[in-house]
Every structure is written in C-alpha cells, then in structure tokens.
Design a binder for this molecule. Sequence first.
Ligand SMILES: Nc1ncnc2c1ncn2[C@@H]1O[C@H](COP(=O)(O)OP(=O)(O)O)[C@@H](O)[C@H]1O
Ligand SMILES: [Mg+2]
Length: 266
Amino acid sequence: MIDPFLKVKHLRKEFGGLIAVNGVSFEIGPGEFVGLIGPNGCGKSTTFNCISGLLDKTAGSVELFGTDITTMRPEQIQKIGMTRTFQHTRLWRQMTVIENLLVPPRNQLGSSIKEKIRGIFQYDSTRDEETRLDRAYSVLDQLEVPHMAHNLTSELSGGQSKLVDIGRSMMGEPRLLLLDEPVAGVAGPLAMKIFNSLRKMVDDTGISILIIEHNMDFILRQGVDRIIVMNEGRIMMQGTPDEVKGNRAVIEAYLGSSGEKGAEEE
Ligand SMILES: Nc1ncnc2c1ncn2[C@@H]1O[C@H](COP(=O)(O)OP(=O)(O)O)[C@@H](O)[C@H]1O
Ligand SMILES: [Mg+2]
C-alpha cells in the first residue's frame, strides 16, 4: 500500500456550543482528484481551516506526507507541500495577473502583519526572482491562460479571477492542493474548463487535489476519482461519482437543505 498524502483522523471542531465538524476521518492518496461536497454549513470550509492550520482543532489529528501537522501553523504546513485557497477570492486588484502570482499566498501566511512580511522574505530568499517568474508563466500555461499575464486583475471576470487564485496556489509547487469552491459563481463552460485543467494537472504531475464544490449535479460529471459527502459535520459516505449518484440518503440530504442548490455568493 502506498502511503496516503493526507490522513485526517477523528477531526472535531466546536465553536462555542456549535459542533461544526464532528469526527471526520478520511485520506487522500497520491495523484488523487477528490471532491468534498455537502449542503451549505455542513463543515466543509471548517475542515479545510483545521487541516491547513488556520484553526485549532477541538480533537483529532492530521498527518501530511507522514508528518503529524495537527498543531503546526499554516506557513509551516505550506512549506511541507500543501497549499489551500479560500472560498472568497482576494486578489491584488491593481496588479497584473503575473504580479499576483509572484506575491506569496497571503491568506495562508500568518495573520499578523509581522508574520506576513516574514513570510514574503522567506519566499524571496528560497527562490530567486527569475525562477519564480518562469514558474509563474508555466503556471499560466498549465491553466491555459498565458494571454492573461499582463492584464490587470481588476479587469478580469469572476471566473478568470478564480483561475488566477488557483494559479497563485500552484506557485509553491505543492504536492497537495486544497481548493475551496474554486468555481462558485463561474459560468458553466469556464467551470468545466477549470476542472479539466485540474484533472490534467493531477494526471501529468502526480499531485493530489481535494476540491470543495457544493453543486452535486455539477461535480458528478467532472471526472473526479472519488467524492466525500459531508452532512451536518459528519461524513455521510465516500465513493466514486457513480456510487454517490446511487445513494438515496445523499440525494435526500441535498434536497432537504432548502435553498441550497445554485445559491452562489459571488
Ligand atoms: N469562525 C467561526 N466561528 C463560528 N462559527 C463558525 C465559524 N466558521 C464556521 N462556523 C459555523 O460552522 C458551520 C460550518 O461552516 P462551514 O465550515 O463554513 O460550512 P460549509 O463550508 O460546509 O458551508 C456553520 O454553522 C458556520 O456558521
Ligand atoms: Mg464553505
């Protein structure tokens, strides 16, 4: 058996009296493209926040590439090779696409100004400017948008901004990418194109991707290897898209959450 990249064991997160994540366990193998789905408020983003070190966990453990990262900070976890994006894309609006790629992913850096600045210098010292510029152009190639390099991000559509955000998360050459609703609010054809690029990236480079998507009908048709279904803080089931499609409890959980489908924030 090949060791999994990520092992989440009995993860629990409480906010005061609210149990947002209630004993979640799953693994992500090498070169796997996995979807994490579930109705709004079921704990998907909180799971990401716990795994990426942004939130302390109430209980449970997280292992990444064989290292226990349960109590590590976001920037340490990033260095080991995992990067995440956030549900709400925040780009530097007055910078070009390529400039945005060259700025380290600030969301994953520590929250204080001091930590952010330290993070930026750490990045600069580990990778010289030219190499990073090459990397930025190759990321845009991989996402099939090299023509966007010198556009101001303020001029991009919502979908194109999401692409730049994904591009930024790829800059540090992570072996595991966690993407939080990268196609929410993105028009169908571009959303499919983004999923195709991600699938290709997984197949070509052997990285793994865990992607949150709340539109179940959509993700069932996007070629992911496996889907993890959450509901009310727990994992309801894990399986192939076909297995999920055939699971009545899953369909009912979705239908039971009123006003959920198609409700986009952006
Ligand atoms: N920082 C927080 N403080 C308090 N409650 C939170 C916080 N983050 C999330 N929650 C609550 O935890 C639950 C799960 O939220 P979330 O993980 O964002 O759901 P999802 O991403 O699946 O839509 C929700 O009830 C939400 O209101
Ligand atoms: Mg969320």
